[in-house]
Design a protein around this ligand. Structure first.
Ligand SMILES: Cc1cc2nc3c(=O)[nH]c(=O)nc-3n(C[C@H](O)[C@H](O)[C@H](O)COP(=O)(O)OP(=O)(O)OC[C@H]3O[C@@H](n4cnc5c(N)ncnc54)[C@H](O)[C@@H]3O)c2cc1C
Length: 466
């Protein structure tokens, strides 16, 4: 098995000796642990992993990697579905040790280190009754999630994570420290919010916060797949009536043996509505009653602590499995789409799902051209996901994901959510942002990373010189 390129040992030893963080090499006992990323498909063997505890470590690691002409993989939470935060033979610039979270409850802001997970951010902010809208799985990295957009349970009330981003500090490709916010490097700040993995190593994020919880109403109502059309109609009604406090998704899914599914449900094809209501607890009842009248096979909706909700799905999407996904935006969920989803689910090779998350609310009130992120005007975001363990089943699962998206493609609207795109290439990245935004990003890339040092991402190729 490949164990990483032989680096110039003397140079590496000199670098490691003066480095403020820790350099993990292939011979170190914890190398395998240090190189692992969330998606088990990406079993890569970097030449070294530079674990950075401070901004100066990032500067030093970047300088060394550039001197040695090493490919650089920047790693926050390690969740990239496309495996961008690792590589063979290069350097992983590992930000995990930078996990500080500092809340300013008076100003309602928080400063977060680039190695923090969503659950660390949630825990720190909830101690003072506040929250930043982030994703739905606590072990996701704040960094990668934010740099791509950040969708989650509070998005209709308080927007995407980037809608709450006040500014970032970063180390540029040539090792300088820079800030980007609305008043300083504002063009860069535009690009960071949706294409942020392209321009530098972001070392800290500052977000605005909102009063949330401590209790919200959350759960799922689950029905057999045969009731797909009824449930889709209930979902459309719910979306039409929903206040911003209500977040909902419609999912076609093969049930597993993990909560929220009841024992004995594993393998059943089901359709479900998940909802989170972040307003006063009693306010959820009027939206729940019609859903309960349909006598679901499972109903888990109840008041829960926001923190418990944010970690509820961690086991379902735990580390170490193989994972593939496709995503797109949709203007509507028609009967034809429902039929297609149901039929694709019947052909699923294992744990598979097609989910539609409602957008609208605060997301839709931000103009489409305000940031690099593309797709906020669509009514729904759709994720097609599949999880498995055996490498021999890769073709079956990846093939299912691709065929399902191919079937749904005629119904999609423009753009894709960058964080959930697994395929790569310039045409793919143009498809994420559209030509106008892509060209603007390419000019920014030319200004901030002309040598394309940061290319393990949905890569924007530096544009031509003016
Ligand atoms: C289980 C699971 C659940 C998810 N749930 C959600 C969700 O609810 N909402 C949502 O919006 N998304 C969700 N995602 C997608 C998630 O936002 C992306 O996978 C995101 O890139 C993860 O960030 P990370 O820091 O963990 O990843 P990493 O793999 O560490 O990084 C992802 C990308 O960002 C780059 N990067 C990381 N840190 C930095 C940095 N500091 N500076 C510059 N570049 C950096 C990396 O080089 C890489 O290209 C989920 C993903 C998974 C696997």
């Amino acid at each position: 098995m490949e164990r990483g390129r032989a680096l110039d040992r003397t140079a590496l030893a000199a670098f490691a000796g003066g480095f403020g963080g820790r350099v993990v090499r292939p011979d170190d006992p914890d190398y395998d642990q240090a190189r692992a990323v969330w998606n088990a498909i990406f079993d890569r063997f970097p030449a070294c992993i530079a674990q950075c505890g401070a901004v100066e470590d990032v500067v030093a690691a970047l300088r060394f990697a550039r001197e040695q002409e090493l490919t650089i993989a920047v790693r926050g939470g390690g969740h990239s579905a496309a495996g961008f935060s690792t590589c063979d033979g290069g350097m992983v610039l590992d930000l995990r040790p930078m996990q500080g979270v500092t809340v300013d409850s008076r100003r309602r802001t928080v400063t977060v280190g680039a190695g923090a997970h969503l659950s660390q951010l949630d825990e720190a902010t909830q101690t003072v009754g506040l929250a930043c809208p982030v994703g739905v799985i606590g072990h996701t990295g704040v960094a990668g999630l934010t740099l791509g957009g950040g969708m989650g349970r509070l998005q209709r009330r308080y927007g995407l994570t980037i809608d709450n981003l006040l500014g970032v500090e970063l180390v540029t490709a040539d090792g300088r420290l820079a800030r980007a916010d609305e008043s300083e490097n504002s063009q860069l700040f535009w690009g960071v919010r949706g294409a942020g993995a392209n321009f530098g190593v972001v070392t800290s994020f500052r977000f605005g916060l909102h009063p949330v919880g401590p209790v919200v109403v959350q759960g799922v109502v689950v029905h057999p797949l045969e009731r797909a059309h009824d449930l889709a109609e209930q979902f459309r009604q719910l979306v039409a009536d929903a206040p911003d406090e209500l977040m909902m998704s419609l999912e076609f899914r093969v049930a597993t043996d993990q909560p929220p599914y009841a024992p004995g449900m594993a393998g059943r094809r089901v359709v479900l509505i998940e909802l989170t209501y972040c307003g006063p607890v009693g306010g959820a009842d009027r939206y729940l009653s019609p859903l309960r009248a349909g006598r679901p096979m499972l109903d888990t909706v109840q008041p829960r602590s926001y923190l418990a909700v944010q970690t509820r799905k961690e086991e379902m999407l735990a580390w170490g499995h193989r994972f593939y996904m496709k995503n797109a935006f949709f203007p509507a969920i028609t009967d034809e789409i429902v039929d297609l989803c149901a039929s694709r689910l019947c052909d699923a090779p294992g744990t598979c799902s097609v989910g539609f998350m409602a957008q609208g609310g605060a997301i839709a009130r931000v103009p489409e051209d305000a940031m690099a992120f593309t797709g906020r005007g669509a009514a729904f975001w759709c994720g097609i996901e599949t999880v498995w363990d055996e490498a021999t089943r890769d073709d079956a699962h990846i093939g299912w994901g691709r065929a399902t998206m191919a079937a749904l493609k005629p119904f999609t609207s423009r753009g894709h959510y960058v964080n959930d795109v697994v395929e790569a290439g310039e045409d793919v990245v143009r498809g994420i942002y559209g030509d106008t935004k892509y060209d603007r990003l390419a000019a920014l890339k030319r200004a901030w990373d002309p040598d394309n040092v940061f290319r393990l991402n949905q890569n924007v190729v530096p544009g031509p010189l003016d």
